[in-house]
Design a binder for this molecule. Structure first.
Ligand SMILES: Nc1ncnc2c1ncn2[C@@H]1O[C@H](COP(=O)(O)OP(=O)(O)OP(=O)(O)O)[C@@H](O)[C@H]1O
Ligand SMILES: [Mg+2]
Length: 273
C-alpha cells in the first residue's frame, strides 16, 4: 500500500521557494492499477517520483506498507528502490549493452551470480515477448520492443510496485495497446501494483482501475475509472472529456478533420472500454 499523507513539495528555497504539490492525501492499494492524469506541469511526475524518493517531500509523508519512508537513506533507500521498478517515456536503455545485459543490470548491481542473472534475464525476456532478442542492441529495436526491454529490466528485482511515467507516450496507438496489455498482464499475473502517469484519457480508460486527476499541484478528483469518466466533477476533466469526444467526432468524418497531430495520443485505445 502506498499512502501520501499531507504531502507537499516545493522547489527552491527562501524567497525563490515555489510549491508544486499542495497537501496531497491519497492511498493506492496493493495490486491496483492507479492512474495520475493531468496536463503538462500539473505535478504528476514530481508526485510519483516521491514514491521511490527520486524527489523528497518538503512536508508530509510517503508511507509504503505502513512505514514512513520519507527520510530513508543509504542501504535502506537502495533496498526500497529494488522493490520499486520504473519505466519512462524514452525507455532509458543502456545503448552500449545488449538487450540481455540491460535486463540483468539491476542483478549485477545486486551482485547476483552470473548464471542466475542470465537465467532470470532470459526468463524475463520470454515474459515480455522478446525471446531471441538477447544479443541485439537497443538501436536495433523498435520503440515498442525497447519499452518491453525496459519493462523486463524493471521487473528484474521482483518489485511489488512499478512506476510508469508516460510509458506509452512515444509509441503509436497499436503499440500502445500492446504495451498496456503487457502491463495489465504483469499486474494480474505477478500482482505488481502499477502507478501510471499519463496525459491521455484513452490510456487511463484502457488500463487504470482508479484515476486521480491532478491540476496545479492538487488532486482535484479521484475515483474508479468508469465512474469518473461517466460523471466527471472537475471542470478540467469535463473539458478534457468534451474535447476528446469532439476529436472522436471529427475522426469519424475525415473530410472535416485536420488534426493529425493530436491523433497520436487518443486514437486506437479509446474503444477498449
Ligand atoms: N527540478 C525542478 N526544479 C524546479 N521546478 C521543477 C523541477 N521539476 C519540476 N518542477 C516544476 O514542478 C511542476 C510540476 O512538474 P512535473 O514535472 O511534476 O509535471 P508533470 O505533470 O509531470 O508534467 P509533464 O506532463 O509535462 O511531464 C512544474 O511547474 C515544473 O516546472
Ligand atoms: Mg511528467
Amino acid at each position: 500500500m502506498i499512502q501520501f499523507d499531507h504531502l507537499k513539495k516545493s522547489y527552491g528555497t527562501g524567497a525563490d521557494a515555489h510549491e508544486v504539490l499542495h497537501d496531497i492525501n491519497l492511498t493506492i492499494e496493493d495490486g491496483e492499477v492507479f492512474g495520475f492524469l493531468g496536463s503538462s506541469g500539473a505535478g504528476k511526475s514530481t508526485l510519483v517520483r516521491t514514491i521511490n524518493l527520486l524527489e523528497r517531500p518538503t512536508e508530509g509523508k510517503v508511507i509504503i506498507d505502513g512505514r514512513d519512508v520519507s527520510h530513508v537513506s543509504g542501504r535502506e533507500l537502495a533496498e526500497l528502490r529494488t522493490k520499486i521498478g520504473m519505466i519512462f517515456q524514452n525507455f532509458n536503455l543502456f545503448q552500449q549493452r545488449t538487450v540481455l545485459r540491460n535486463v540483468t543490470f539491476p542483478l549485477e548491481l545486486a551482485h547476483r551470480p552470473k548464471a542466475q542473472r542470465i537465467e532470470r534475464g532470459r526468463r524475463l525476456l520470454r515474459l515480455v515477448g522478446l525471446e531471441g532478442f538477447e544479443d541485439r542492441y537497443p538501436s536495433q529495436l523498435s520503440g515498442g520492443q525497447q519499452q518491453r526491454v525496459a519493462i523486463a529490466r524493471a521487473l528484474a528485482n521482483e518489485p511489488k510496485i512499478m512506476l510508469c511515467d508516460e510509458a506509452t507516450s512515444a509509441l503509436d496507438s497499436t503499440t500502445t495497446v500492446q504495451i498496456l496489455d503487457l502491463l495489465r498482464r504483469i499486474n494480474r499475473e505477478l500482482g505488481v501494483t502499477l502507478v501510471i502517469i499519463t496525459h491521455s484519457l484513452s490510456v487511463a480508460r484502457n488500463i487504470c482501475d482508479r484515476v486521480a486527476m491532478i491540476d496545479g499541484g492538487n488532486i482535484v478528483e479521484v475515483g474508479e475509472t468508469a465512474e469518473l469518466f461517466a460523471h466527471p466533477k472537475s471542470d478540467i476533466l469535463r473539458t478534457l472529456i468534451a474535447s476528446a469526444n469532439e476529436q472522436n467526432g471529427r475522426d469519424e468524418q475525415p473530410e472535416a478533420g485536420n488534426n493529425t497531430e493530436d491523433d497520436a495520443e487518443d486514437d486506437g485505445t479509446r474503444e477498449d472500454r
